[in-house]
Structure formats: C-alpha cells, structure tokens
Design a protein around this ligand. Sequence first.
Ligand code: NAP
Ligand code: FE
Length: 364
Amino acid sequence: MRYFMPTELFWGKDTLVKNFESLNRFGKKAFVVTGRSSAIKSGVLDDLLPLLSNNKIEYKIFDKITENPLLSTIQQATKEVIDFNPEMIIGIGGGSPIDAAKAIAVCAANSFSEDEFYQADLIKKIIPVVAIPTTSGTGTEVTPYSVVTNSQTRKKAGFGHPLMFPRISFLDPKYTISLPEKVTRDTSIDALSHLLEGIYSNKRNFINFPIIFEGIKLIIENLPIVLQNPENFESREKLMLASTYGGIVIAQTSTTLQHSIGYPLTTEYGISHGHANGMVMQQMMELFYDNVAEIIDEMFRYVGIGKEDFYNWLKKTGIQSKIKIENDFIENNVSQVMASRNMALNPFEVDDTIIRELYQNLKK
Ligand code: NAP
Ligand code: FE
C-alpha cells in the first residue's frame, strides 16, 4: 500500500501572516484566483494583499470563478496567466476557486487546448499552486483533483494528477466565520461524504480509518453547534479539521458513486455539491452497508451513535431527500454516471438499474 500526501500545511489562526515567507521560494510573481466575493468576505484579501506588497511580490487577481467552475472561465484565465507568466497561482475560496486554480495551473503550464482538458495523462508540469480555503468541505487543499463543468456538454467531472496537490495550503478557521448557514451545512455534508467514501471505496486503507472515524465524529458533534452559533471559533476549527481529514482520505481512495450520482443533480437542478451528496447519503449507506459492515459498525461505535441516529441527525440538518425529478433527467444521466471514473471504486459492481432506482427514490 502506498500513501502519498505531499502538501505542506500551515494551520491555525493568522497562519498566513505568520508563515507568509514560505511563499518566497516560488518567486516574485503571483496570479490570484478567486470567486466574486468569498476572498473579500472571508478576510483573506485583507491579510494577503499587504503581505504581497510588503514582500514585493507582483500580483494579478482573477475574480470571476463561479460555483462549480466552468471550463470556459478556466480558458479565459489561462490566457491571462500565459501573458502574465507567474511563478505561483494562489487559489482563494471554496472548492470552486481552488479547483479552478489547479486547472488553470495545469492548462497554462502545458498549453492545453479544449480537447486536451480532463486528460490527466497528458499533464507533464504545473505552475505551483497555493491554496487558502474559505469553506470547510471539499478538502481540495490536500487533494490532487479538480472538478470542472463543461457547459456545452453539461458534463461535470473531475480529473487528477499527483502534480495537482497544492504545494502549500494555509488553513485558518477564521476565514470560515463569514460562511452563510446553507454553505456551512452543505460543505460539512460534502466533507462527511468524503469520509464515508473513504470506507466505501475499494481503495480504502487502514491508515485512513482513525482520521475517518474522528472526522465523522467532529462533524456530527460540531455542525449543529456552528449552525446555532456561526461565530463559534472552536467548532469552526473542528469542522475545518474534519474537512481536511476528508481531503486527505479521498486523496488516497478517491470518491465513489455517492459523488458521481450527485454531479448531474448539481448541473441540472442547481443543487449545491454538498447538498447533492447529502440527498443520497442514506441510500448510499444502505446500498453499501453489507460490503463494509464491520468498518461502518466500528465507526459508529467510535462516534457513539447508531445508524438510525445518524439518519435522524442528517434529517435534522435540513438536507432534503426528495425533489421534483423528471424521468427524462434520469434517462439522460444514467449513462454519464456509469461512465464516471469513480464507478470502478464502488465496493461492488453497480449497474444502471441501481442508479435508476437511486434517482427514482429521490422523487417527491
Ligand atoms: P464554492 O462553490 O467554492 O462556494 C460556495 C459559495 O460560498 C459561493 O457563493 C462562495 O462565494 C461562497 N463562499 C465561500 N467561502 C465563503 C466565505 N468564507 N464567506 C462567505 N461566502 C463564502 O463551494 P465548495 O462547496 O467549497 O466547493 C464546491 C466545488 O468543489 C464543487 O465544484 C465540487 O465539485 C468541488 N469539489 C472538489 C473536490 C476536490 O477534491 N477537488 C472535492 C469535493 C468537491 P464566491 O462565489 O464569491 O466564491
Ligand atoms: Fe465533494
């Protein structure tokens, strides 16, 4: 078994200010990738811009990344990067801007055309990526993956390469205090998916189990506290830790059907990524339980609750398990789910009948 985790992590309150000099190794030119507002609301730019100026690092900001980043936006940013020729790319935000930063760093370094996108085997080099997360969910700050939507084909898919692990990530829970309630909840549920998928995936490994169990416990205990009191720093810190645990886990195991089935719900119905995973979470646990019962039982013993308590907890967070879903949607998307690269990682071979049934069960 191999365990590869090359990202250098800096953790804690004000860690960016305290450890900024670690960026000097890359050079004196940075391209900053972010969303429309998160880098401002979270306070990251207030910390970062004076540091860049004081350290004489020339920078350019690209702030047009939307939720579920689009290939077209990545191509637009790639052109700017090629012109600007930076020595590092700093991704600030939730999973969307950080995933976009990784994709831009790959496309610019390898001069990829649209046809070459998603083809990880063509990646030969990358511009170093630095990640500053403002959500606690995707774990992208410690994964080699990027998830991008092609709006022409309506396909949302991930790709990954060992070079795509961020070289440095700065994790400061204070940047998540400004998260709205819904984003706090949905992103925590995404982290919970990653931790559970570390059990379901047939690339599961025993090094991950202690952090999976602890990560799940942290989310179950701390999400309700943060939803009640968004400014509770200690609980925000624990959610961030759980999210990073989830990223460390899927960096080794990748995700499974739980993620593949959620992507079309996001592209077709605009359901957020974490919410989409949450909608199928109970069904997925029932589907895979028999294959990994011993580990799931051990996890619940560690957390101190049972499977039914967990389903009730999930319901109480407000995650819906029913939506208005069209038959056409199901027929159009089963093949996309079947073709997704993570289907090979399910604990048993899932066929299209099962996927149809999972979607049918979401119907109101
Ligand atoms: P996100 O799409 O990055 O952000 C969701 C929303 O929250 C946006 O409106 C964003 O605003 C806002 N926001 C973010 N941080 C904020 C803050 N501190 N204060 C106030 N608002 C804030 O959400 P995400 O769930 O973190 O990322 C989801 C994406 O990551 C999906 O595309 C998913 O597929 C992908 N993902 C990647 C991996 C991986 O390993 N690479 C794993 C799982 C999921 P702005 O629009 O202004 O930024
Ligand atoms: Fe995810």
